[in-house]
Write a protein that binds this ligand. Structure first.
Ligand SMILES: NC(=O)c1ccc[n+]([C@@H]2O[C@H](COP(=O)([O-])OP(=O)(O)OC[C@H]3O[C@@H](n4cnc5c(N)ncnc54)[C@H](OP(=O)(O)O)[C@@H]3O)[C@@H](O)[C@H]2O)c1
Length: 226
């Protein structure tokens, strides 16, 4: 069975990825800061492993890499992210808010990707996906979200870098735009349910080839310019 690795899968978009891959019969490896609720965990298939992962604590990433040593990962979805105090005007954005956004949304996925490289290399699909946002695009005209937008734009650039660095072994490095999805991050407001968004994103992942590497892909299968 193919295997998928997902961060931030205890709720929202990550939980829906876990559900859909599990329903499709995949081996599912979860990396969560807050453990998945027992009822959600029980609703997944038999082949599910959950590790403790805190994007702000490198030791948790190192521990996961150690435990997964030698195990192929076909698809990794680095989904965990934050959007703290999105409405702050520029004069109130602090270095602390900025640092937390950059560490969680940009550095932590890059660091984890590097640790999982050996697992992806021996996987069949070789897909390394990071959940980004339309907010990272220069076409986005909604104001504020300063730290979040910077962190996701940097994430896109890091993934493009990886697509160049890891081209030789066939890595498919995708950044994903989920759309505006009804999760805790959006106050459960939005245009899409997690199920609708993740169904579209899974199609993108499933059909991706090395030619698609390094681009930002929408849930609707469209490339998003950034
Ligand atoms: N919802 C949208 O409309 C939308 C749009 C564009 C992009 N996105 C992106 O989609 C991804 C998932 O967001 P969501 O909408 O599902 O939001 P969510 O319900 O708020 O889920 C966020 C997830 O990230 C985890 N997380 C946050 N900080 C973490 C840390 N330090 N270490 C480990 N895990 C951490 C959370 O875990 P805890 O429960 O432990 O906090 C939770 O599992 C994010 O990257 C977000 O930026 C969402």
């Amino acid at each position: 069975m193919p295997s998928v690795f997902i961060t931030g899968a205890n709720r929202g978009i990550g939980l829906e990825f876990a559900r859909q891959y599990s329903n499709a019969g995949w081996q599912v490896v979860l990396a969560n800061r807050t453990p998945m609720a027992p009822k959600d965990f029980a609703s997944l298939g038999m082949d599910v492993t959950e590790f403790h992962y805190d994007a702000m604590d490198d030791a948790t990433a190192a521990d996961i890499a150690k435990r997964l040593k030698g195990r192929p990962i076909d698809v990794a979805i680095l989904n965990a992210g934050i959007d703290d105090q999105p409405d702050l005007p520029p004069e109130l954005v602090t270095a602390e808010i900025w640092e937390r956004a950059m560490l969680t949304n940009t550095f932590a996925p890059l660091h984890l990707a590097a640790l999982l490289e050996p697992n992806l290399r021996i996987g069949q699909h070789k897909v390394l996906a990071a959940v980004s946002s339309l907010a990272a695009s220069s076409t986005y005209t909604v104001p504020r979200q300063f730290a979040y937008r910077a962190s996701k734009a940097s994430l896109n650039q890091m993934w493009r870098n990886l697509s160049v660095d890891w081209k030789d072994w066939g890595a498919i490095c995708l950044t994903l735009r989920p759309g505006r999805v009804k999760t805790r991050m959006t106050g459960f407001e939005g245009d899409l349910t997690p199920s609708e968004s993740v169904s579209g994103l899974r199609r993108v992942i499933e059909t991706a080839t090395p030619a698609e590497s390094g681009k930002l892909w929408g849930y609707d299968g469209q490339v998003v310019p950034w």
